[in-house]
Design a binder for this molecule. Structure first.
Ligand code: AMP
Length: 209
């Protein structure tokens, strides 16, 4: 039983969520995506969801202390995991160290995809309310606009509109990309090309874990 602890880093649209889902299934560990958790808070209209909603729709970052508190609760009962979308700032990276203490990360995978490919991918991205991800035209759901897994309607995320994507990319470059160097210095970083088929990329990731 593999109880590895992994972080998947990469710009929006790099395929982190798709790959984290597949690899987590394969290893039998949970896929923990802070974006999915926050969207769930928004959908349920919780206090946190109400605070996060407008920030997410603008493509900005939800304040560190809110996301860290949310993740701390989720990590309490998780031994192994793949973290997707966290950490996104250096403050979050330090908080993660503190949360994990004597069970440190095993590997940080950085998925690399050029900007023009990101914009192409995100404009075709469709998701169901439970976070299953499709892409038009290369990975559509089997039945027109209905999720293969749970039969719910698939839609474009409000923050996948082009002007918001541009802001999310800028936020990524400014706040999150520096974490690549942060983890490289700790000897945890594996850089993987995120260009290719879903299968090819999955194998590259499994090779470096
Ligand atoms: P994602 O699904 O990972 O693209 O996340 C969607 C949105 O949720 C982001 O654009 C942020 O507004 C917010 N979000 C997700 N994870 C974090 C995080 N670790 N820190 C701050 N904001 C986050």
């Amino acid at each position: 039983m593999n109880a590895g602890r992994y972080v998947f880093l990469g710009p929006p649209g790099a395929g982190k969520g798709t790959q984290a889902d597949l690899v987590a299934d394969k290893l039998g560990i949970p896929h923990i995506a802070t974006g999915d958790m926050l969207r769930d808070e928004v959908a349920r209209g919780t206090d946190l969801g109400r605070q996060a909603r407008a920030i997410m729709e603008a493509g900005d970052l939800v304040p560190d202390e809110l996301v860290i508190a949310m993740l701390a609760r989720r990590l309490e009962d998780a031994d192994g995991f793949i973290l997707d979308g966290f950490p996104r700032t250096e403050t979050q990276a330090h908080a993660l160290d503190d949360l994990l203490r004597d069970r440190p990360l095993d590997r940080v995978v950085s998925l690399d995809v050029p900007d023009e490919e990101i914009v192409r991918r995100i404009s075709g991205r469709r998701v169901c309310p439970n976070g299953h991800v499709y892409r038009i035209p290369d990975h559509p759901p089997r039945n027109d606009m209905v999720c293969d897994v749970d039969g719910l309607p698939v839609e474009q995320r409000p923050d996948d509109r082009e002007e918001v994507v541009r802001n999310r990319l800028a936020v990524y470059r400014r706040n999150t990309e520096p974490l690549i160097e942060f983890y490289r210095q700790r000897g945890l970083l594996a850089e993987v090309s995120g260009v290719g088929t879903i299968d090819e990329i999955q194998h590259r990731i499994l090779d470096v874990l």
